[in-house]
Design a protein around this ligand. Structure first.
Ligand code: ADP
Length: 485
């Protein structure tokens, strides 16, 4: 198969600038595509963290003002572990530390349309004949609203095939109509089947309308966002473009999340050495102040504490969990009412329910390893990482059938245990009753040692590596190139 030239454009990239899943994908997917020997280059704004990480970046090109509101800028070249980065250097727009989208008070930067208008414009330019780089990508891959306007220029002016990936459809980048001319888009783009959206300019809508192909981060979520409940207003457009829409599940960092070599654990273990997992449970019980009980399962939660994650259902069950009997260890932060709910639950059940409020990466690893079973009853979940970590750690998850959870967790039944796919517990309804039945069922299974081990091993065997996802993205790129003609 021929080698592809790919421009991957994103507004964040781990470890330098990250607010969510996009930052992880922007680091892991290009690296995996490079390992597969494709010519991939990543375009990202030269935020202060990037200048600091790459002080030796060299100038690739000077860009003139590309539109009335867009200032001149420079492109710098850097390399991260062999992966070529193209840094978009424009201090008046990007020399701001912290969250890349919000000011210190948590408000959107007032010039975000200009900042990410420039990023989108440059992503398109690099896919066009007028590129200053002397390098032509076969496909321009943009991500979320911040780069989703690029396909508009590629569509109206010509250039490479384009792919837009939706990591979170709730954020759409919608701005006043005057930005059409300010950003240098043609007047005729102002149409219902162009960049206009309810009288405004919508970056994400433009990308979904005009990119050659569209993807999102799990197959089930690709179906869900075509329905009003999940689509945040864009469901009708996505239904219209259903043939162009794919779902590709994110991978996970299999080196960082590997119970056989995880340095934060009390004892390493693997699918064929599960006994050592018990030491991790003992250590976690000690660390979190839980009684060292061996006669009941320990449920774990690691989460942003928000309505999305369905943890209010866990709070409703409250002390019922201790009566299963079972223990509960929670790590999370977010919504103050949910935080207070878990704190008071832990206070009334010392030794059985423990809560840590805050963000603690190492403790997250130890909960994945030390818990028997993981709880993630999300109302919606585009992809989700924690259920994949828990599958890898032999900690079968209880999830709701939505988005990436539905695509990774297979309910354990006689049939799915026989065919070696059953790896957790799945509920359909986001109700306390449904969750309660699943907790009871998981507790019963946990007491049947052989059955439980089978469920654990089925999860641990599954391949969640980025190589798998990268392969699917390459197929998507080839289809986009073919459709583009
Ligand atoms: P989301 O991106 O919606 O928050 P995911 O499951 O996709 O949910 O990813 C969450 C990531 O953040 C995981 O890597 C998880 O381990 C981590 N995480 C969430 N809350 C915490 C916390 N309080 N402490 C440590 N890690 C956390």
């Amino acid at each position: 198969m021929s080698r592809l030239a790919i421009l991957f454009a994103a507004s964040e990239m781990a470890p330098w600038v990250k607010t969510g899943g996009l930052g992880d994908v922007a680091a892991a997917l290009p690296a995996a595509l490079r390992r597969a020997r494709h010519d991939i280059r990543v375009l990202i704004p030269a935020y202060p963290a990037l200048h600091k990480a790459f002080p030796g970046a060299t100038v690739l090109a000077d860009l003139p003002a590309l539109a009335p509101a867009l200032p001149p800028a420079r492109l710098l070249a850097a390399e991260a572990d062999g992966l070529p980065l193209i840094l978009l250097d424009c201090p008046e727009l990007f020399a701001r530390s912290g969250n890349p989208y919000l000011d210190a008070l948590g408000h959107d930067w007032p010039d975000n349309a200009i900042r990410f208008g420039l990023l989108s414009r440059v992503a398109a330019l690099l896919g066009q004949a007028g590129s200053p780089l002397g390098w032509q990508p076969d496909v321009v891959h943009v991500n979320d609203w911040q780069t989703a306007l690029a396909p508009a220029w590629l569509h109206y002016e010509g250039g490479a095939a384009s792919v837009v990936t939706v990591h979170n459809i709730a954020f759409q980048g919608t701005f006043a109509a005057g930005h059409l001319m300010a950003l240098g888009l043609p007047e005729y783009a102002w149409r219902f089947d162009g960049v206009e959206y309810h009288g405004q300019l919508s970056f994400l809508k433009a990308g979904l309308q005009l990119a050659t192909l569209i993807s999102t981060v799990s197959p089930t979520y690709a179906g869900e966002i075509q329905h009003a409940h999940f689509g945040y207003g864009l469901a009708p457009l996505l239904r219209h473009r259903a043939d162009a829409l794919r779902g590709i599940l994110n991978g996970v960092d299999t080196a960082l999340w590997n119970p056989a070599s995880d340095p934060t654990l009390a004892a390493p273990y693997a699918a064929n050495r599960l006994a050592a997992k018990r030491e991790n449970k003992r250590a976690l019980q000690g660390e979190m102040g839980l009684e060292p009980a061996v006669d009941r399962p320990l449920f774990g939660i690691i989460s942003r504490l928000t309505q999305q994650k369905g943890l209010d259902l866990v709070l409703t069950l409250g002390e019922g969990i201790t009566q299963l009997p079972a223990q509960l260890a929670v790590l999370g932060s977010g919504d103050k009412a949910i935080e207070a709910g878990f704190s008071s639950l832990a206070a009334s059940h010392p030794g059985q329910i423990a809560v840590r409020l805050g963000f603690d990466e190492a403790l997250a690893h130890r909960i994945e390893a030390g818990a028997d079973c993981f709880l993630m009853p999300s109302r919606f979940e585009p992809c989700g990482l924690n259920q994949m970590y828990s599958l890898r750690y032999g900690t079968p998850p209880i999830v709701r059938a939505t988005g990436g959870l539905a695509d990774t967790v297979v309910d354990a039944s006689d049939a799915t245990l026989a065919d070696r796919t059953g790896n957790g517990f799945v509920i359909d309804e986001a109700t306390p009753h449904a969750l309660w039945l699943a907790l009871e069922r998981a507790t019963r299974c946990w007491h049947k040692r052989k059955v439980w081990q089978r469920i654990q091993q089925n999860g641990m065997r599954r391949d969640f590596s980025w190589e798998h996802a990268a392969h699917d993205y390459v197929a998507l790129y080839r289809d986009a190139i073919a459709a583009h003609g």
